[in-house]
Design a protein around this ligand. Structure first.
Ligand code: CTP
Length: 406
């Protein structure tokens, strides 16, 4: 549960949207938060303390003290207890008082003494919302560090249409999760495992020489780093590079295409997907000389044999697992990429063209297109890290879709 262990004070003020505070309270509780509700006196006219107490599983605080027994509701200890003070709905009146420091009810004194983060979800008529005074107060609160959960445009209780209605409880929950658990989005691939291949392979001719290519591994390392940052177990099978291991990634070194094939097949057995970024040699010498090959006066002919196409091999056994490939092309880019997508049974392919300025080997930037069986998305020139984020967003989307189909 995303909000387990989090303490939230839910402030409810006198707006017709107060009924949505009941739904919001339930959502916060279901997400694992401990919720204490503080209502303004006016809020009681819109929703009963009994409803909010039942849903929050805590007594409601409205007054500074309980007139029956003199029990003091300490706004200071409330403010100390909370990780977040969330005022939803927040009326124009409460926003104005917050902006100017008025302290005439328990919710406002709690706000003034709170050391935790504060978020408000304004709710009011569209003309009140648009009024320069309200907008000024909202700007003031923003400048005081308060998060304003914007009111969407829509139909209002008055029957008018415009901006001012309270954001939907689900949207408020999402904002609360983002505020209290900023890493949560990044951990969206927690529990998943991905294999990433990166860099160039080396095909030995003899103990001294090898055949290789210009790949530096930067793109693959950026993809691995982005996957790990989102919480995925990430196994990076890397050719020889000069790059440092990305944080939180399990490194496996592979020298040749054959080494990479063996390592990738083994790691893929327990994985949810693989991203094939490596520039794998398509051919390798038929024979590797055990000793240094000596030159002669004649020309030399190298006899090469095909290596395994690792992506295509994984494509044959992938089942519902995700398989992403890269295509590096110099001509007929889109056509060649589409062929590779089908031939290797990939879910999507990332096309680089060596014709694009700033894209391809060794650069820190890249300009790619992401192509699947139905769509093509052309990305602008971005850093490899940013490009990796977009690729991982797409992986995230595919994984969620597959999970929802299970
Ligand atoms: N690939 C692979 N194993 C190989 C060759 C390629 O896993 N032996 C993967 C690459 O990592 C990439 C995709 O296949 O994800 C396409 O690689 P690319 O070099 O663009 O294409 P090739 O299939 O090698 O075809 P060609 O060289 O003819 O363009």
């Amino acid at each position: 549960m995303s909000l387990t262990g989090k303490h939230i004070i839910l402030g409810v003020t006198g707006s017709i949207a107060a009924y949505k505070a009941a739904v919001l309270c339930r959502l916060l509780k279901t997400a694992g938060a401990e919720v204490k509700v503080v209502m303004t006196p006016a809020a009681k006219a819109f929703i009963t303390p009994l409803t909010m107490a039942t849903l929050s599983k805590n007594p409601i605080a409205v007054e500074f003290y309980n007139p029956e027994n003199g029990d003091w509701h300490s706004h200071i200890s409330l403010g100390e207890w909370a990780d977040l003070l969330l005022i939803a709905p927040a009326t124009a009146n409460t926003l104005a008082k917050m902006a100017t420091g008025v302290a005439d009810n328990l919710l406002l004194t709690t706000y003034l003494s709170a050391r935790c983060g504060v978020a408000v979800a304004p709710a009011m008529d569209c003309d009140m919302f648009a009024h320069i005074a309200t907008q000024h107060n909202i700007d003031t609160l923003r400048s005081h560090g308060v998060t304003v959960i914007e009111s969407p445009e829509g139909e209002l209780a008055s029957g008018l249409h415009g901006k001012g209605r309270m954001a939907e409880p689900e949207d408020i929950l999402a904002r609360v999760e983002a505020l209290l658990c900023p890493d949560e989005k990044k951990k969206s691939l927690h529990g998943k495992c991905f294999v990433v291949t990166a860099g160039a392979t080396r095909e030995a001719l003899d103990p001294v020489r090898f055949l290789t290519n210009r790949s530096t591994g930067k793109m693959g390392y950026a993809v691995a780093a982005a996957l790990a940052a989102r919480g995925a177990r990430t196994i990076l099978i890397s050719g020889t590079t000069s790059l440092p291991a990305p944080q939180g990634v399990e490194m496996r070194h592979a020298e040749s295409a054959e080494d990479m094939y063996i390592a990738a097949k083994e790691a893929f057995a327990d994985a949810d997907g693989a991203v094939m970024c490596a520039a794998v040699a398509d051919y390798t010498p038929v024979e590797v000389s055990a000793t240094k090959i000596k030159k002669s006066d004649d020309d030399m002919v190298l006899h090469l044999k095909r290596t395994h196409d690792i992506a295509a091999e994984l494509g044959k056994i992938k089942g519902s697992r995700l398989l992403v490939g890269f295509a590096l092309e110099t001509d007929n880019e889109a056509e060649n990429a589409a062929k590779k997508l089908r031939k290797k049974n990939l879910d999507f392919i990332v096309l680089n063209s060596l014709r694009d300025e700033g894209a391809g080997f060794a650069h820190d930037t890249n300009k790619v297109s992401i192509i699947d069986s139905a769509t093509r998305e052309d990305l602008p020139l971005m850093s490899k890290r940013e490009t990796a984020e977009v690729i991982v967003d797409k992986i995230d989307f595919f994984i969620k879709r597959t999970d929802s189909e299970k």
